[in-house]
Design a protein around this ligand. Structure first.
Ligand SMILES: *Cc1c(COP(=O)(O)O)cnc(C)c1O
Length: 220
């Protein structure tokens, strides 16, 4: 089996320089994360707020922590002091809570809006109409302590490459369609799409940020 360091080197060699690599370290021990850190990785993704907060306390402070899982409003306060990007935001109510906690911490917190692109029933996210409604709402404009950096999506879990490609292409075209938005708190530059099994296809379809776990750290 390859080491974490070898996996990282291999994956980085297949990712263009302008694409950001989020090393998804959920369920993995700090010792594994430290191996990635020592080979230069500084961006880690977690899907549970408590686990991310524990790792943040233990690990070097120049790490950027990304929350990639579904976020419950009542737990935002536990990550508000340090989280660098929240990928899975899918409601105005959640944005309002993030804004409130960011203000308490005297910060601006970067967020991505999660878009529903898969055919599966279990995935969270907004559809295109809900996205447009949210982006044009007057309530959003009042949130001075959040910044929306772009969109995040997860493709259907399937071997059908054509379907995955269609879903990624849909997300890219939704992203392109919102470029005219002129809100102060929107700096739309990021499309977070692609995981271990589909990140190369995602990059071909316009991804600027890939979230890779098992290909770096091994199976969970
Ligand atoms: C776990 C997870 C990943 C990483 O998945 P791998 O297949 O291990 O690369 C990416 N994105 C989200 C939202 C996840 O929950």
């Amino acid at each position: 089996m390859n080491s974490i360091k070898q996996n990282l080197v291999q994956i980085k060699s297949t990712i263009p320089e302008q694409v950001t690599l989020v090393a998804v370290s959920k369920t993995k021990p700090v010792s594994d994360l430290m191996q990635a850190y020592e080979s230069g990785q500084r961006i880690f993704g977690e899907n549970k707020i408590q686990e991310m907060a524990d790792k943040w306390e233990e690990m070097p402070k120049d790490i950027q922590w990304h929350m990639i899982g579904h976020v419950q409003s009542n737990k935002v306060k536990f990550m508000a002091p340090f989280v660098s990007l929240i990928h899975g935001v899918d409601s105005l109510k959640l944005l309002q809570e993030i804004n409130k906690q960011a203000l308490k911490n005297n910060r601006i917190i970067d967020c991505l809006l999660q878009i529903y692109i898969a055919e599966e029933e279990t995935k969270f996210g907004l559809d295109e109409n809900e996205l447009n409604e949210l982006l044009s709402s007057s309530e959003l404009k009042e949130l001075k302590n959040i910044r929306i950096l772009g969109l995040m999506g997860m493709a259907t879990f399937t071997d059908n490459q054509n379907q995955i490609k269609k879903e990624f292409t849909d997300l890219k075209s939704i992203f392109d369609s919102i470029q005219t938005i002129k809100n102060e708190n929107c700096k739309l530059s990021t499309i977070s799409m692609g995981m271990s099994g589909d990140y190369q296809l995602a990059i071909e379809c316009g991804s600027t940020m890939v979230r890779i776990g098992s290909s770096i750290f091994g199976g969970r």
